[in-house]
Design a protein around this ligand. Structure first.
Ligand code: GDP
Ligand code: MG
Length: 163
C-alpha cells in the first residue's frame, strides 16, 4: 500500500513563487520526499510526459497547448512516497479546473481559471501542479523524470508513529 507518485510544480507555480508552499502542503500531510530537482525540459521530454493518452482523453489541441506550456520555464519535480500516495496527492492537488477545485486544495486555493477562459486564450489551463493520475502513470512518470540513483530510501524519525 506504500506508493510513490510524481509531482511537477509547473512553470506557472515556479514563476508565482509557490514551490515552497506546495512542498509544505505535502510534507504536512506526512508524505515523504524521496526525490526532488529543478528541470527545464525540452519538447522531446515534454512529449514523453504528455503522451498520446492526453490526445485521446482531451484532444490534440490540449496536448499541443500543454507541450508549449511545459517548456516555458523550469519545473520542480518531486517523487513523493506514502500510503496510497497517488490518490492522496490528487486529493491535495484538487480538480483539474481551478474554477471548480475545492477550497483547501492547491488548485482551489491558488488559482481560479476555467477551461473556457484558457481555451479562449489558446493556453493550457495553468493549474500549478501535475500529479500522476493513477499507479501506472506514476510508475512511467517517475522513470521519465528520475534515475534510480536520484531516488532515496530513508526512514523518517517519526515514521513508526505518525503517517
Ligand atoms: P490533470 O491530471 O488533473 O493535470 O488533468 P489531465 O491529465 O486531464 O490534463 C493535463 C493538463 O491539461 C491539465 O492539468 C491542464 O493543464 C490541461 N488541460 C486539461 N484539459 C484542458 C482543457 O479542456 N483546456 C485547456 N486549455 N487545458 C486543459
Ligand atoms: Mg493527468
Amino acid at each position: 500500500m506504500i506508493e510513490r507518485t510524481l509531482i511537477l510544480v509547473k512553470p506557472d507555480g515556479v514563476q508565482r513563487h509557490l514551490v515552497g508552499e506546495v512542498i509544505s502542503r505535502f510534507e504536512k500531510a506526512g508524505l515523504k520526499i524521496v526525490g526532488m530537482k529543478m528541470v527545464w525540459c525540452d519538447k522531446e521530454h515534454a512529449m514523453k510526459h504528455y503522451t498520446e493518452d492526453i490526445t485521446v482523453r482531451r484532444g490534440e489541441h490540449v496536448r499541443n497547448k500543454l507541450l508549449r506550456f511545459l517548456v516555458m520555464g523550469p519545473v520542480v519535480a518531486l517523487c513523493l512516497e506514502g500510503i496510497e500516495a497517488v490518490d492522496v496527492v490528487r486529493k491535495i492537488v484538487g480538480d483539474t479546473q481551478p474554477k471548480t477545485a475545492a477550497p483547501g486544495t492547491i488548485r482551489g486555493d491558488y488559482a481560479h481559471i476555467s477551461y473556457a477562459y484558457a481555451d479562449a486564450h489558446d493556453k493550457a489551463i495553468p493549474n500549478l501542479i501535475h500529479a500522476s493520475g493513477n499507479k501506472d502513470e506514476a510508475k512511467a512518470e517517475i522513470a521519465l523524470w528520475f534515475k534510480d540513483s536520484e531516488l532515496y530510501n530513508y526512514k523518517l524519525p517519526h515514521e513508526e508513529h505518525i503517517l
